[in-house]
Ligand binder design. Structure first.
Ligand code: NAG
Ligand code: NAG
Ligand code: NAG
Ligand code: NAG
Ligand code: NAG
Ligand code: NAG
Ligand code: ZN
Length: 939
């Protein structure tokens, strides 16, 4: 509820939202009060599970009746006297008459007198005949059954088509995080209840059973003909959300490095040749982590499996990691370099979780970022270590910051560490704030603490909390000790004080640097940076502990990222300005935040901006670190967007890009210009913007030989990414021969006799070539690509095609595509539908169709995605960036208010969408004319 109260839109918006939400919550709270007496969102603390013994029989033979039946035996320790056993269970058919409750010491008879259900919190309450006494241990046996659902959560079904028989093959798989173990078996489904698990799977002998641990023994199963029992070793103590099992007929590829766990990579048989890369990369990165953390991977084996239907990207189940196909499979002849890097990065992320998350788990979902922020940051260390030539550390660091600079500049953003009281809120927490901002503040700490103390602190933390749970204060404590031991921080500083300002507070600061050129000093002030410029000054108050690194034109030392000073805060968060002395004179610039180590924006006085622009545009630009070049572009364009700086300064700074040949500054520029472009392309002055973009892009396009296939001559991998990115923009803005060359490649492909086997389009240009050809082509071109989609066996290729099919400019083609995406023929898997929708909605012609389609069909769309509302919330992104008029904004806001019930679980995304729309409206009113003018001057 606090979350909603903080929103301040103009126009009395918050009132409407508050009322709507208040109503919904008020109602449900009332019904519940009469339903059950215990209505707290956490389990009672009277009991603790000591061990689970779970036996599941899975039936995959009848497609009309895919189901399982199971028994769970839980050893329960009684901590306080109680007369009930409350645990989680969701939509399971429980054989209540067969429940058995036994005192393990055999002292006392007991039984279950009655049961209750609390559907709001998924509680299943067993009221016992006798009181359970503290100190005793009970064994509770519950038989139950359910169907294998098709909702991609809990214990669910997935399928693939056998290429020979053309028949569907079924498999079963689990996805429990955050709160769906309860949909597969009754359990204490909170992360702090760690216990060992013994899993036994029953299934037809044609299949393979997999779980977290290695197989202990396989024995005949006399309940069903030709079935077996497959019993797995007892696991280490772990949280319920990390349990996993699957019954499938997949193939696998073993790969092991000396002295390491057995490593296997699984996929459907006709995709097994796409497992080589993950099988090679996985063990390497696992070994790197063992060294980095100083703790061996504790399980004897690890499996990674590519699941055809999967809602998230991947899931770190201990010893049995599950992935979307696109996140694990790699094909040398169909996947681009970016696809390959994504596989590496996701594998590295999931394996990092084996320590951060699995070995040491957050106490409660409030600290989800301890899992996700760490996995994200540690993964970039892992990838950098194994493939330094990718320069992925820099790319990820910048990419994360560009994302967060945007998201966290919204009033409706939230702190990294946030209170969680509803299951739906847990799911919403898996967002860019937990992942990317979490990772960004860890990188910041790494840079201000230095290698030794950061690493030592982490090792201490991991050792201390192994097989246990921790919260962020525990991490701060370990790091403070390490920092003081290695003298990385003054004794009077502690990590908690510094870091709480980053994890408990929403947003990030902008620092104003006002230099005094007479006294060679600068005065620094900070406030929260917000995109919504109508928000009152008081709302921008906030204080962050900021490590200040900087360098000057004379010094040009960008290597030193250690702080030369700190901006401190008072005990109550008071803001103190900071004065920096001994700066150079009026002819030299200073630049703050070397290598963009900390999450803040910098606004300089005009003279300093002009000095920087001079160095950039007179060809000395390489003296400024590449990350800081990206920073200057991003800061200048943001500050111009919010009216804190002139567009004239930003556009003059961009001029230097005509000589820039590195990936990061271009990435930063395109990210910003993309948003400007999405607005301006709906206005009469687009013509000038288009010509401006052509002028900006042409030199780099020619330098990279356009779309010509020069890839074998490019040694640097990040130049490959640059060429892909520039090509994409060049074709969008019709630069030079881009469209013609793209269409030529496409025609060549269409002329191939076996286009599914032979594709003459260079791998790293395919997304550009497909999209451009669909955009400028006809329905026959569209149908050709659709046929390739249907026949493709490679997830990465399928995704490229799905996205390109939305590039058409034919209204009827786009409308047909939208409808195909959600029809019942399953031509596009549910997990992929949002890509198709987004592709249409980001297209300037498709945008209006997609918006209408969404608004007209919101109930059906909600039903389609439920309960995976996360995917549905992604459909909103294209709207947020293209609604630019007050009246369209009002319409969308009304739509949201009226359709609350069909938008449940999307509250946070909707707020951010509405706020972003509002900032577009503001931008157009404030800056559109000014921008158009400064562009025309540059043409
Ligand atoms: C179950 O027992 C706990 C602990 O004694 C108690 O707090 C809770 O109210 C009980 N639940 C119900 C539904 O009676
Ligand atoms: C609950 O499970 C039954 C089958 O066991 C299924 O038919 C039903 O759709 C499920 N309900 C929900 C809300 O998932
Ligand atoms: C098991 O495999 C055999 C041999 O391939 C096949 O004949 C049989 O139909 C399969 N049975 C099931 C239930 O899949
Ligand atoms: C900074 O580091 C780079 C790479 O390690 C090195 O090549 C360069 O000489 C260093 N520059 C300074 C000023 O120390
Ligand atoms: C920073 O500078 C901007 C633009 O000059 C000004 O609007 C803002 O009030 C300043 N903020 C602080 C905290 O001094
Ligand atoms: C691509 O190659 C063709 C043929 O060699 C050449 O004419 C054209 O100028 C090249 N395009 C670019 C952008 O380099
Ligand atoms: Zn993760």
């Amino acid at each position: 509820m606090v979350f909603w109260c903080q929103v301040v839109f103009g126009f009395g918006m918050q009132l409407i939202l508050l009322l709507a939400v208040g109503l919904v919550l008020g109602q449900s709270a009332q019904t519940l009060a009469s339903e059950a007496k215990y209505n707290y969102f956490r389990l009672p603390t009277a009991l603790r599970p000591q061990k689970y013994d779970l036996k599941v029989t899975t039936h995959l033979d009848n497609p009309k009746d895919l189901r399982f039946e199971a028994t769970v035996k839980i050893l329960i320790e009684v901590l306080e006297n109680t007369k009930n056993i409350t645990l989680h269970a969701k939509n399971l058919t429980i054989a209540e008459d067969d429940i058995i409750l036994k005192d393990t010491q055999g002292k006392k008879d007991n039984c279950v007198q009655s049961t209750e259900i609390n559907t709001h919190h998924d509680f299943y309450v067993l009221n016992t005949c006798q009181e359970l006494e503290a100190g005793s241990v009970y064994e509770l046996t519950i038989p139950f059954a359910s169907e294998l659902n098709n909702q991609l959560e809990g214990y669910y079904r997935s399928s693939y088509k056998d290429p020979v028989t053309k028949r569907k093959r079924w498999l079963s798989i689990t996805q429990f995080e955050p709160a769906s173990a309860r949909a597969a078996f009754p359990c204490f489904d909170e992360p702090n209840y760690k216990a060992p698990f013994i899993v036994t799977l029953g299934y037809h002998k044609n299949y393979t059973g997999l779980s977290n641990m290695p197989v202990k023994k396989i024995t005949p199963n006399d309940q069903f003909p030709d079935y077996v029992w497959c019993e797995f070793e007892e696991s280490v103590p772990m949280s319920t959300y990390l349990l996993a099992y699957s019954v499938n007929d997949f193939s696998h590829k073993p790969s092991t490095l000396p002295n390491s766990a057995l490593f296997r990579t699984w996929a459907r048989p006709n995709a097994i040749d796409q497992c080589d890369y993950a099988a090679e990369f996985g063990p390497k990165v696992l070994q790197y982590y063992e060294q980095l953390f100083g703790i061996k991977f504790p399980l004897p084996k690890i499996d990674q499996i590519a699941v055809p239907d999967f809602s998230a990207g991947a899931m770190e189940n201990w010893g049995l990691v599950t992935y979307r196909e696109i996140a694990l499979l790699y094909s040398a002849s169909y996947s681009s370099l970016a696809d390959k890097q994504r596989v590496a990065s996701v594998v590295a992320h999931e394996l990092a979780h084996q320590w951060f998350g699995n070995l040491v788990t957050m106490k409660w979902w409030t600290d989800l970022w301890l899992n996700e922020g760490f996995a994200t940051y540690v993964a970039s260390l892992g990838v950098e270590n194994i493939n330094p030539e990718w320069r992925s550390m820099e790319q990820e660091s910048l990419g994360n910051m560009l994302t967060i600079f945007r998201k966290d500049a919204l009033e409706s953003s939230h702190p990294i560490s946030r209170p969680i009281e509803e299951v739906a809120e847990i799911a919403e927490s898996f967002d860019q704030i937990s992942y990317q901002k979490g990772s960004t503040v860890l990188r910041m700490m790494h840079m201000f603490l230095g290698e030794e103390s950061f690493r030592f602190g982490l090792q201490q933390y991991l050792q201390k909390y192994s097989y246990k749970n921790a919260e962020q204060d525990n991490l701060w404590e370990s790091l403070t000790q390490a920092a003081h031991k290695y003298r990385a921080l003054p004794k009077s500083y502690d990590i908690k004080t510094i870091m709480d300002s980053w994890t408990l507070q929403t947003g990030y600061p902008v620092i104003n640097v006002t230099r005094n050129y007479e006294s060679n000093s600068a005065k620094l002030t900070q406030e929260r940076y917000l995109l919504n410029t109508q928000i009152a000054r008081a709302q921008r108050l906030g204080c962050w502990w900021i490590p200040l690194s900087y360098t000057t034109q004379g010094e040009q030392d960008f290597n030193n990222t250690a702080p030369k000073a700190w901006m401190e805060c008072g005990k109550e968060g008071e803001i103190y300005p900071k004065t920096i002395q001994d700066l150079p004179g009026r002819d030299e610039w200073v630049i703050f935040n070397t290598q963009l180590s900390t999450l803040y924006k910098v606004n300089y006085d005009e003279r300093n901006w002009r000095l920087l622009i001079e160095t950039l545009t007179t060809g000395e630009f390489q003296r400024i670190h590449v990350l800081n070049r990206a920073q200057l572009i991003d800061d200048a364009l943001y500050l111009a967007w919010t009216g804190d700086q002139n567009y004239e300064i930003a556009m003059r700074l961009l001029e230097y890009l005509q000589r820039e040949r590195e990936y990061l500054p271009w990435k930063s520029a395109f990210e910003n210009l993309k948003r400007v472009g999405r607005i301006v392309r709906q206005t009469p002055n687009f013509e000038y913007f288009k010509r401006y973009m052509q002028k900006l892009i042409t030199p780099i396009y020619l330098h990279l030989s356009g779309l010509n296939d020069t890839f074998s001559a490019i040694p640097e991998q990040d130049q490959v990414l640059l060429k892909t990115m520039v090509g994409n923009w060049a074709c969008q803005y019709d630069v030079e021969d881009c469209v013609a060359v793209a269409r030529k490649y496409y025609t060549q492909w269409q002329e191939e006799e076996k286009p599914d086997e032979k594709n003459p389009v260079p791998l790293n240009l395919r997304s550009i070539v497909y999209c451009t050809s669909i955009k400028h082509g006809n329905d026959a071109d569209w149908q050709f690509l659709w046929a390739r989609y249907v026949n493709s066996n490679v997830a990465a290729e399928k995704r490229t095609i799905l996205t390109s099919l939305g590039c058409s400019r034919e209204v009827w083609v786009l409308q047909r595509y939208l409808e195909m995406t959600y029809d019942s023929k399953d031509a596009i898997r549910k997990q992929d539908s949002m890509w198709a929708f987004q592709a249409v909605a980001f297209n300037e012609v498709g945008f209006h169709l997609a918006k209408t389609y969404f608004m007209d069909n919101v109930q059906a769309i909600y039903k389609f995605y439920h309960p995976i509302t996360k995917d549905m919330s992604r459909l909103l992104l294209p709207f947020s960036e293209q609604v630019i008029n007050q009246s369209d904004f009002d319409k969308f806001r009304n739509f949201v208010t009226i359709n609350r019930p069909s938008l449940k679980g999307l509250e946070q995304a909707l707020q951010q969408t509405l706020e972003t729309m509002l900032t577009n409206v503001q931008w157009k009113e404030r800056n559109y004319i000014q921008l158009s003018r400064s562009i025309q001057e540059l043409l």
